[in-house]
Design a protein around this ligand. Structure first.
Ligand code: FO1
Length: 332
């Protein structure tokens, strides 16, 4: 079975571990050598940030590390057994963004990636090289090789005078990490998306899929940015495979992260139903054929088959059950 998955970072990686488990694979290891099944992850890159001269790709790295068993599952990002010596020294020098901690092992990934990017390799080739070492079992594709960065416009927290406060645009990571998404977004924009093109293999993976899954990632700054890359939404809408999304909210709230704050910024209510309607029915200019919501909830999403199942990705087996439910709602 060929499964294509649209994924963000921490939640996307957990979901992909469940897709592997659903196929009977080791969730945290290489794919079996003799399988005809394939999982292709189309991963958000709009969280990417260049710091200290290094290109950092948080969502790709969460998938890379998690699916190869290298992640610190407690922290949710970065490597297990990490040390922070270089990061401490950078802070000691007063270097930029001390609020964004880079582990020593993680820095090696960014050094290798940046070296290859600066040599002219596209991000998709660089990612393939990192995958060759770590063997996450799934094919990891950046949504695009072009530069797309999510920026968040907020009232300037440093402004003292002026009513209303002047507005500034923050890189997503500064808003998300330094300010804990605590500054109300006036707007959230994937800068560069309109000029970007899908990375090699993305449209092909969507066209070849037997099942297309939208992970319970942030519908605005992860899934929203992926489908903002021209061509991807159209490919999903014309795919032969059914498209099924997993609600990123349980009881109207994200399990992790700040999807509710992001949804408010685009005027979407923080309910599973509102997110389902935001994604829309494929039969009506939208993306979905099926949609999973949490047990006990209801959602009326016209044109979309809805199924209520347990949605907590507590371990790969629980997530694998969600994947099975996606197939049942899709009838594949
Ligand atoms: N998240 C934090 O909350 N604090 C950090 O210092 C931090 C550093 C970091 C470094 C590399 C990396 O790949 C991810 C990192 N993250 C950190 C997580 C990151 O902000 C999120 O994984 C995504 O960008 C949001 O989905």
């Amino acid at each position: 079975m060929h499964i294509a998955v649209l994924a963000g970072g921490v939640g996307g990686a957990k979901f992909l571990a469940g897709v592997k488990r659903h196929l009977g694979w080791d969730p945290y290891g290489a794919a079996p050598a003799d399988t005809d099944d394939e999982i292709v992850a189309i991963v958000n890159t709009a969280d990417d940030i260049r710091l200290h001269g290094l290109q950092i790709c948080p969502d790709l790295d969460s998938c890379l590390y998690t699916l190869s068993g290298q992640a610190d599952t407690e922290r949710g990002w970065g490597r297990a057994g990490e040390t922070w010596t270089a990061s401490g020294e950078l802070a000691g020098y007063g270097a930029e963004a001390p609020w964004f901690s880079l582990g020593d092992k993680d820095i090696a990934t960014h050094l290798v990636r940046t070296r290859m990017l600066d040599a002219g390799y596209p991000l998709s080739s660089v990612t393939a090289a990192l995958v060759a070492r770590w063997q996450p079992g799934v094919t990891l594709l950046p949504m695009t090789d072009d530069r797309v960065e999510t920026h968040v416009v907020v009232a300037d927290p440093a402004a003292t005078a002026g009513d209303p406060a002047p507005l500034i645009a923050l890189h997503f990571q500064e808003w998300w990490v330094r300010h804990g998404a605590g500054l109300t977004p006036q707007s959230i924009s994937p800068i560069g998306a309109a000029e970007s093109t899908p990375a090699p293999g993305v449209l092909e993976a969507i066209a070849a899929a037997d099942l297309i899954l939208i992970a319970p990632s942030n519908p605005v700054v992860s899934i929203g940015t992926i489908v903002a890359v021209p061509g991807i939404k159209q490919a999903l809408r014309s795919a032969t495979a059914p498209v099924v999304a997993v609600a990123p909210l349980i009881g109207g709230a994200p399990v992790r992260g700040h999807a509710d704050v992001c949804l408010a910024a685009i005027g979407v209510e923080s309910t599973a139903e509102a997110v389902g309607r935001h994604y829309g029915a494929r039969s009506d200019q939208g993306l979905l054929d099926g949609y999973l919501i949490a047990t006990g909830e209801t959602a009326d999403v016209p044109g979309v088959r809805v199924s209520a199942v347990p949605l907590l990705m507590s371990d790969p087996d629980a997530t694998a059950a969600m994947v099975q439910a996606c197939r049942e709602v899709a009838g594949v």
